[in-house]
Design a protein around this ligand. Structure first.
Ligand SMILES: [Zn+2]
Ligand SMILES: [Zn+2]
Length: 130
């Protein structure tokens, strides 16, 4: 029987939420929950990491190997762009025949010239011109 090798985030430890897994033994404790053979993390740990308030933690999860598809799909909708892009890349790796890199790029482009310029699209245009 395998056991979960993940650090489990302890909510309400009263510490800064930026403390890293394994770096602080108050915010994070070894889980050791029993998991199916071949899995490294239990569902509870994955759910805790996906919902972690610190974007850096979610980004680390998105860039980890062995994260299941459902968690990656949740992370792909993350409000933090670094997290959602990393999760999208990981999902692409799960489906090597589907190359959605271009889709992601297209989605990031402003909808000009078909929409009236706003402060946001002006900013995006500047970024792409640079
Ligand atoms: Zn801590
Ligand atoms: Zn666990």
């Amino acid at each position: 029987m395998s056991r979960c090798s993940s650090w489990r985030f302890v909510a309400g430890a009263g510490h800064d939420s930026s403390h890293r897994p394994g770096g602080c033994r108050t915010c994070w404790v070894p889980c050791r929950e029993r998991v199916e053979p071949g899995r490294e993390q239990c569902d509870g740990c994955l759910a805790a990491l996906v919902m972690h308030p610190e974007a850096e933690i979610r980004l680390t999860l998105a860039e980890s190997t062995g994260v299941d598809r459902a968690s990656l799909e949740t992370l792909a909708t993350d409000l933090d762009l670094r997290v959602s892009l990393a999760a999208q890349r990981a999902l692409d790796d799960l489906d090597p025949e589907v190359t959605s890199d271009e889709d992601v790029f297209d989605a990031a482009k402003p909808a000009l010239p078909f929409s009236a310029p706003t402060a946001e699209t002006d900013w995006l245009t500047e970024e792409t011109d640079r």
